[in-house]
Write a protein that binds this ligand. Structure first.
Ligand SMILES: C[S@@+](CC[C@H](N)C(=O)[O-])C[C@H]1O[C@@H](n2cnc3c(N)ncnc32)[C@H](O)[C@@H]1O
Length: 174
């Protein structure tokens, strides 16, 4: 009997941890990391100014936040749906002593994005289609949207950077 309870507990724990990761995979993007240079180049061309609010939608291990904070002095934040990846990001940011980072274990589709100045995405074309509608409703004029690898359909990019990385970088301004 106790073995059955133990097995059921282990299965429940696995489901609890893996379900959000599966949802992230299905609705946003799989866990892949953008090259560090993508955020560096994009933030130069987006004319990032110290103190501006930067958010990564699906922050992964938090690498773009480290660049945005350390190299550009931005006020950084990120959303992540997968709990294991979220904790990796949290440890990464703590290790880099970026204590003010706003990190949320939440679905970015359900969040109010209107207070951000710069939004970074490395998602999928489908996710960008969904976000486009949200961006058009919510973002204030002047907000820059950076999309690594995938363009936003029907939007005219401020810059398209081809820096020799596997993907192009699309920069938009609302
Ligand atoms: C391709 S990775 C990009 C990671 C990071 N932004 C980078 O550039 O290195 C996409 C991340 O988004 C997360 N994600 C996907 N859908 C999400 C959602 N709806 N809400 C929050 N995070 C999501 C995934 O778990 C994954 O870690």
């Amino acid at each position: 009997m106790s073995e059955i309870v133990l097995l059921a507990s282990i299965i429940s724990l696995i489901l609890l941890v893996s379900a959000p990761s599966l949802k992230a995979f299905m609705t946003g993007a799989p866990i892949l990391y953008s090259p560090v240079r993508a955020a560096e180049e994009a933030l130069v061309f987006a004319r990032a100014r110290p103190g501006e609010k930067f958010i990564d939608l699906g922050m992964g291990n938090g690498r773009t936040l480290v660049v945005a904070s350390d190299k550009f002095g931005l006020d950084v934040g990120g959303y992540e749906l997968s709990p294991i990846i979220f904790w990796i990001a949290k440890i990464n940011l703590r290790f880099r002593k970026i204590r003010s980072a706003r990190l949320y274990l939440k679905n970015f589709y359900d969040q109010d994005l209107s207070q951000n100045d710069i939004i970074f995405c490395f998602l999928t074309p489908h996710a960008m289609d969904k976000l486009k509608i949200k961006f058009e409703k919510e973002l204030k004029p002047g907000t820059r949207v950076i999309s690594y690898a995938f363009r936003i359909k029907e939007w005219r990019a401020l810059e398209v950077l081809d820096c020799g990385l596997p993907g192009k970088i699309f920069i938009y301004k609302i």
